[in-house]
Design a protein around this ligand. Structure first.
Ligand SMILES: NC(=O)c1ccc[n+]([C@@H]2O[C@H](COP(=O)([O-])OP(=O)(O)OC[C@H]3O[C@@H](n4cnc5c(N)ncnc54)[C@H](O)[C@@H]3O)[C@@H](O)[C@H]2O)c1
Length: 322
C-alpha cells in the first residue's frame, strides 16, 4: 500500500476540491471518473479550483504580520500561520502549484484507479442507489488495507457499510464547500467502524490541512448540516411562499447577524442540484401542493435553465457580471 495515495470517486464540486487539497498537501491523488464525458466536466473544475486556491494563497502574503490576518488566511492551505513568513509562503505556493499539477491524475479504469490506495474518498452525487452500485463495483478491487470514507452530507455510513466489503474500515469524512478556506472535516463512524481506522482518518484529515471534528455517534447531517439544512429550508420556504425575494432574505440575515453570506448565496455555492436532491428526499416533496413540493419545482425550473449556482455562472445571483 502507498501511504501517500488518495483516490477520489466523483469529480463534482466537492470531489474536485477534496482531490486538490490532498494533492496540495503532497498526496498522489487519482480521480476516478465513470466516463470520458465526466473527464470533460471535471477537468475545468480542477483548473478553476486550483487557480482559486493559489489566488487565495498569494493573497495571504500581504496579511502576514497583520493582526487581522489570522481570520483571513486560507486555513486549509496553511497549517502554521503563526510561523509564516513571505519566503515560506512563496515556497509553499510553489510546492502547492507543482503538486496540484504533477500529483493529480484522472483514471477511468476502476482497478487502476484504486490500486495501492491508502484512502478512497467517495464524493459522488447524493443518490443512495448510485453509491451502493459504486461500492459494490469497487469492493473486490480495493487493497485489503485501504480505508474507505464517504463525503455524503445527508446519508449515514451504516446505510452502506454492508456493501463495502470492509465495514470496519468504512466511515464518513465530511468536508465543507470551499475546503481550502472552510477547513472543517467531520469524522463520523457507524457502530461497526474500527477505532484504529477512525483515528487514522482523524490523522489523515489533519494531514491535508483540515480541522477534524469528531462525532461520537451517527447523526444525520452531522453537526454542521443538523444546523444548516433547516436554516436553508426555512429560507427556501420563505421564497416559495412568496414572502420575500432571495436578495431581501439574504440581506436580512446578513445585516441582523453580521454573517458574511445569506442562505441563497450559500445555496449558490453548494449548488442547486444538491439542494434539489436534499429537498426531494423529504417525503412531503412528493405531495402535490405542499411547500416542499413547490420548493422542488422552483429549484427544478432553475436547474433546467442551467442556473445551478456559482459554478454555472448563475444561480440565485448572476456571477458573470462584475
Ligand atoms: N456541494 C456541497 O456543498 C457539499 C458539501 C459537503 C459534502 N457534499 C457531498 O459530496 C458529494 C458530492 O457532492 P457534489 O456537490 O460534489 O456533487 P456534484 O453533483 O457536483 O458531483 C457529483 C459527482 O458524482 C458523479 N457521479 C454521479 N453518479 C455517479 C455514478 N453512478 N458513478 C460514478 N460517478 C457518479 C458525477 O459525475 C459528479 O462528478 C455528495 O454526497 C454531497 O452530499 C457536498
Amino acid at each position: 500500500m502507498n501511504n501517500k495515495k488518495a483516490v477520489v470517486l466523483g469529480g463534482g464540486v466537492l470531489g474536485t476540491q477534496i482531490g486538490l487539497i490532498c494533492a496540495f498537501h503532497g498526496y498522489d491523488t487519482t480521480f476516478w471518473l465513470r466516463s470520458e464525458g465526466s473527464v470533460g466536466r471535471t477537468q475545468p473544475k480542477i483548473d478553476r479550483y486550483s487557480a482559486l486556491m493559489l489566488e487565495d494563497l498569494a493573497a495571504a502574503k500581504p496579511l502576514i504580520g497583520n493582526p487581522m490576518g489570522r481570520f483571513m488566511y486560507p486555513k486549509g492551505l496553511i497549517k502554521d500561520w503563526d510561523s509564516m513568513t513571505p519566503e515560506k509562503l512563496d515556497a509553499l505556493y510553489e510546492t502547492g502549484r507543482k503538486n496540484m499539477t504533477e500529483k493529480v491524475h484522472i483514471e477511468l479504469d476502476r482497478a487502476a484507479a484504486v490500486k495501492d490506495a491508502y484512502i478512497v474518498i467517495e464524493s459522488m452525487s447524493e443518490d443512495p442507489q448510485a453509491k451502493i452500485d459504486v461500492y459494490t463495483q469497487f469492493k473486490d478491487l480495493l487493497d485489503p488495507d485501504t480505508i474507505l470514507v464517504t463525503n455524503s452530507s445527508t446519508l449515514l455510513p451504516s446505510m452502506f457499510a454492508e456493501y463495502t466489503g470492509r465495514p470496519e474500515k468504512y466511515l464518513s469524512l465530511h468536508f465543507a464547500n470551499t475546503i481550502w478556506k472552510n477547513n472543517t472535516a467531520e469524522v463520523m463512524g457507524h457502530a461497526g467502524t474500527g477505532k484504529e481506522y477512525y483515528d487514522e482518518v482523524v490523522k489523515f484529515a489533519a494531514d491535508i490541512g483540515m480541522v477534524p471534528l469528531q462525532l461520537h455517534k451517527e447523526q444525520p447531517g452531522y453537526i454542521l448540516n443538523s444546523m444548516l439544512v433547516p436554516f436553508l429550508s426555512a429560507a427556501q420556504g420563505l421564497w416559495a411562499n412568496g414572502v420575500a425575494d432571495p436578495e431581501t432574505i439574504d440581506k436580512t440575515w446578513q445585516l441582523a447577524t453580521g454573517a458574511p453570506a445569506g442562505p441563497f448565496q450559500i445555496l449558490d455555492i453548494v449548488g442547486l442540484e444538491t439542494a434539489y436532491n436534499i429537498n426531494q428526499m423529504k417525503p412531503a416533496a412528493q405531495q402535490e401542493g405542499s411547500l416542499e413540493n413547490r420548493v422542488g419545482k422552483l429549484l427544478k425550473e432553475k436547474i433546467d435553465k442551467g442556473e445551478t449556482g456559482v459554478n454555472a455562472g448563475k444561480g440565485f445571483y448572476d456571477y458573470t457580471k462584475k
